[in-house]
Ligand binder design. Structure first.
Ligand SMILES: Nc1ncnc2c1ncn2[C@@H]1O[C@H](COP(=O)(O)OP(=O)(O)OP(=O)(O)O)[C@@H](O)[C@H]1O
Length: 730
């Protein structure tokens, strides 16, 4: 093609695309689309049209450069983004070409390579994660290794830490010698990692692979097997990677090899949105792009099409606090809107009440997101939302809270109060209260249990006089718990039975985060407010778990979205509320500690997370903080202080009193069932979230309904009646 003709074809492409999609690319976007031969780093600010540009670029390769689809490899960050890209590609080009480009995650590409290699070697391998049909799961292997090495079962938190550690080590390609450089609260974690690796490879004819191994093997195969390497290098003439700021070291290595020798590699990234360092991503690789490809072209897309200038300006100025970054000045030509709001509440509860009020007021909840750093922020929020009758969609449901050992302990204390002859339950909690019960005494009870009160039985084998008193006191307290309401009961367990002291001791001895553990107790206490008895409390926990678990069924409905900041990546909403903006959460305690120890990387990553949150908002952004949580003073987030300085007095500090509420916060429908006697077995009702269902169970405090849309669910009758959740069907 001669130069003029080439230029004409390009012009036609952009004009045609504008007519076809309504999107008129800006100059940098066009340059990025056109630049296809050689390495290109496309640095893009949030909302600057990365996905749009990447899609146009692929269309350009197909339609203008006549590259067959199978020669293009487009790597996305997650399965969901691969689907999203494929969908958007179809919208743009579905009518213009029949060619189908394969959008793939790096893991699914690696899997293809690994499968091919093992087939060639006639070796059977087995996956240890993904799906329920995996015969031997990674978590089971690791649980066993942990128990063998530590002589105790891991907690859920320890399992998480171990899984993250292993993933980090592999993604960062750390050698055995470097293992000790990775910080962990679990002693002996490096040995666990080594034992795990050894276990998986003990039979070379039948290796076990987890998802991270897919990358490790893929890289090794590409390095060592010339035939496979050249096959893929020849096949993929053009490689594009999206969200590359979150690629790990090993992912960068795989892509570097694949792109050789022509290096037609387009890397789309925003170093300011790199938020997965803890999982092994390495933004350093991006910052070194020019060093690795001296002939590289670097383009910067900084026009934001998403947000108002008020949001764009503050977010842009905020992220400059991080010194190690590519300099970019994000700007927008969008019309002006409202300024960012900062709300500094007196107490944590007021933040919750405020959020509820805002959602109730909202005419379009689907366009509203509540973002928080930790999943634990969601528990009380979900409780409140449910009590207010506000349905929601939760982006990444984490049910760990409900299985936490502290929750189990509290339920066990309550169980014991129903029947204090239960040796099996006492065994689970005997070391966690002030009764000085020894292992030997427990053995005695197990062998001689006469089904009377365990405390009376223990009196016969007590060792010291002080134990007599302690056992008497414990027996009385345990009995008392049974007649108290759950909120009071938890207080007695914490303070009088000595459970809180035992948690503090455990935290100190095992290096657990004491504040986090006590936080779980506080959450339980709050959930318990207003619940009449212990059974109802246990049921409420189950109910909350179920509500969270099934919130996916609200996806796409006109409901508010709850999400961690991490999972909000790539999404956008008209209204965004960032909550729990206090020091200790964002930045976390550990971020702050590491900063004190001269490692500023974690706090910079936390700032990027904050930035990701702010840039999700199209029109309305609110940042929420408070002074007091559970009677403890908390400091507002230092990031928020920075934003406050940038907003300069435009904030609206609202008065606490405006948000206090005690009554049900939604309008109860006229046909709502408010009396227990109006609930009839086998009759049909309409639930405010789950729709039509048949009452199948009515027992004590609980009601069970079989719904047409989501199946069987159990609720607390009291809450349903008070909040008007169930309505008669005409
Ligand atoms: N040249 C353009 N003109 C008008 N709108 C555009 C243009 N480019 C992109 N957009 C629009 O801007 C919005 C953001 O684009 P996109 O989702 O591609 O951004 P992104 O860079 O991937 O965002 P983020 O990284 O923050 O998730 C989309 O609604 C898109 O249609």
């Amino acid at each position: 093609m001669n130069e003029r003709k080439g230029l004409r074809v390009q012009m036609n492409f952009f004009d045609k695309m504008q007519q076809h999609t309504g999107v008129s690319l800006n100059d940098v976007q066009k340059q990025a689309v056109r630049y296809s031969d050689g390495p290109l780093l496309l640095l893009a600010s949030p909302g600057s049209g990365k996905t749009t540009t990447l899609n146009m670029k692929i269309g350009y390769l197909l339609l203008v450069k006549k590259i067959p689809a199978r020669a293009i490899l487009a790597i996305t960050f997650s399965k969901a983004s691969a689907q999203d890209m494929a969908q958007r590609f179809d919208q743009f080009f579905g009518k213009l070409t029949h060619e189908k480009v394969h959008f793939s995650t790096i893991h699914s590409f690696a899997f293809q390579v690994v499968r091919e290699y093992f087939a060639k070697q006639r070796i059977n391998f087995q996956l240890v994660e993904g799906g329920n049909d995996v015969p031997l799961h990674k978590k089971i292997i690791l649980r066993n290794i942990f128990t063998e090495i530590k002589d105790t079962n891991p907690t859920e938190d320890e399992m998480d830490e171990l899984l993250t550690y292993i993933s980090y080590v592999k993604n960062r390609m750390l050698s055995s010698k470097q293992l000790s450089t990775v910080k962990s609260s679990i002693s002996g974690i490096a040995d666990m990692y080594k034992a795990y690796e050894q276990f998986k490879t003990q039979n070379p004819q039948y290796p076990l692979l987890d998802f991270d191994d897919m990358l490790t093997y893929c890289l090794r195969i590409l390095q060592d097997d010339e035939q496979i390497r050249t096959k893929y290098q020849r096949r993929f003439e053009y490689i594009l990677t999206d969200e590359s700021q979150d690629n790990s070291v090993i992912q960068h290595e795989i892509i570097t090899i694949l792109a050789k020798p022509q290096n037609n590699l387009c890397v789309v990234a925003d170093d300011d949105q790199s938020i997965f360092m803890w999982r092994g991503s390495d933004v350093q690789k991006l910052l070194e792009f020019e060093k690795n490809y001296p002939q590289a072209k670097i383009l910067t897309m900084t026009q934001n099409y998403r947000s108002t200038p008020e949001i764009v300006k503050i977010a842009n100025d905020f992220i400059k606090r991080n010194p190690k970054r590519y300099t970019k000045e994000m700007f927008t030509e969008n019309p002006s809107g409202e300024s960012i709001e900062i709300h500094n509440m007196q107490r944590y509860e007021l933040q919750l009440n405020y959020i509820i009020q805002e959602i109730e007021k909202s005419s379009n909840p689907k366009e509203t997101a509540i973002l928080y750093r930790n999943n634990s922020s969601a528990i009380r929020l979900v409780d409140k939302l449910n009590k207010a009758g506000l349905p929601f969609y939760m982006k990444d449901v984490d049910l760990k809270f409900f299985r936490h050992w502290i929750v189990e302990d509290i339920i066990n204390f309550m169980r014991l109060s129903y029947n204090d002859s239960r040796v099996d339950i006492l065994e689970k909690v005997h070391t966690k209260m002030n009764a000085y019960i020894t292992k030997k005494q427990m053995m005695y009870l197990k062998n001689n249990n006469d089904k009377t009160s365990v405390f009376d039985q223990l009196q016969t084998v007590r060792h010291a006089d002080y134990q007599e008193q302690a056992l008497n006191k414990t027996k009385k307290l345990i009995k008392k718990i049974n007649i108290l309401d759950p909120e009071e009961a938890i207080k007695i367990i914490r303070k009088n039975l000595g459970y809180e002291k035992s948690i503090r001791n455990t935290a100190e001895h095992l290096g657990f985060n004491e504040e986090g553990l006590l936080g779980i107790l506080n959450q339980l206490e709050h959930i318990a407010v207003g619940i009449p008895n212990l059974e109802a409390f246990a049921r409420r926990l189950k109910e909350l778990e179920e509500i969270m678990k099934t919130s996916w069924s609200n996806k796409g409905r006109d409901v508010v979205t709850l999400s961690t900041l991490h999972s909000a990546k790539g999404l956008e909403y008209d209204n965004v509320y960032m909550i729990d903006l206090v020091d200790g959460i964002i930045p976390s305690k550990d971020d702050l500690k590491q900063q004190d120890e001269d490692n500023s990387e974690p706090i910079e990553e936390a700032a990027r997370l904050f930035y990701v949150g702010m840039t999700r908002a199209r029109k309305h952004l609110e940042l929420l903080t408070y002074h007091l949580k559970d009677d403890e003073h908390v400091e507002e987030s230092q990031f928020l202080k920075q934003v406050r300085r940038l907003v300069k007095g435009k904030e609206l500090v609202k008065k606490e009193v405006g948000y206090l509420k005690s009554k049900p916060s939604r309008d109860i429908p006229v046909n709502a069932i408010t009396k227990k006697e109006d609930l009839q077995l086998n009759s049909y009702v309409e639930h405010h979230v789950f729709g039509k269902g048949e009452i199948r169970e009515l027992s004590g405090q609980a009601i069970g309904v079989e719904f047409e849309s989501v199946g069987y669910k159990k609720f607390m009758i009291d809450i349903c009646l008070k909040q008007g959740f169930l309505c008669n069907i005409e």
